[in-house]
Design a protein around this ligand. Structure first.
Ligand SMILES: CC(C)(COP(=O)(O)OP(=O)(O)OC[C@H]1O[C@@H](n2cnc3c(N)ncnc32)[C@H](O)[C@@H]1OP(=O)(O)O)[C@@H](O)C(=O)NCCC(=O)NCCS
Length: 175
């Protein structure tokens, strides 16, 4: 098994959407009921701004798309293009936390270190841009990964913008 990484481009969009759909539908089943998984589709997913900003990574396993995720210097904490209430304002590295965004691993490639690799790429890039902290909104499926990588829970919320309330946890880490 060889994991390689590169920045995502517009040519990846269809494959990224398919991967996210598989990850949202399959990997949240142990944590959410059917209505909550459906609701998740409104509040999660692809944010094409990250691709335009050059802050979104894909990881391939022996050349096959295995996962994706990114970071952001913009205010939106989580959500896809379709999620209401987004804010593209630029953050100030001297006082704000960079965001970690839209982490997804294909169900066929979980627990191979894809998520851990993407997080380290995000943290390194944010550090290089002068940020000293990162923040994210984790799903229940994502929380174990972030805890394993040193993130601490700040606040638990229920997001009902997609219908059934979905539990989420805001987490952060010092870089
Ligand atoms: C969260 C997600 C990206 C994790 O991806 P992954 O590539 O499987 O994660 P990794 O293999 O890098 O895991 C690293 C460590 O995190 C922890 N971890 C990851 N997934 C876990 C799980 N389901 N249960 C328990 N621990 C887990 C483990 O400590 C793991 O190390 P180990 O495998 O050596 O025990 C993936 O489960 C996913 O796509 N979930 C659905 C979409 C989602 O909710 N994304 C998060 C949005 S905030």
């Amino acid at each position: 098994m060889t994991l390689t990484h590169r920045l995502a481009g517009r040519d990846d969009l269809d494959a990224l959407r398919a991967l996210m759909e598989a990850a949202i539908g399959e990997l949240q089943k142990p944590f959410l009921d059917e209505q909550q998984v459906a609701s998740s589709r409104t509040i999660m997913g692809l944010d094409t701004q990250l691709i335009e900003d050059g802050t979104y990574f894909v990881v391939e396993n022996d050349g096959e798309l295995a996962g994706c995720g990114g970071w952001s210097r913009r205010a939106t904490l989580y959500g896809g293009d379709q999620t209401p209430g987004r804010d593209a304002a630029l953050l100030d590295p001297s006082k704000d936390a960079a965001r970690v965004r839209a982490m997804y691993t294909h169900p066929l490639h979980v627990r191979k270190g894809v998520g851990r690799l993407i997080l380290s790429l995000c943290e390194e890039a944010a550090r290089r841009e002068g940020f000293s902290r990162v923040e994210l909104m984790a799903t229940m499926a994502g929380e174990p990964l972030y805890r394993a990588c040193g993130y601490e829970a700040l606040e638990r919320i229920l997001d009902d913008r997609g219908g059934a309330p979905v539990p989420m946890v805001r987490m952060s880490k010092a870089l």
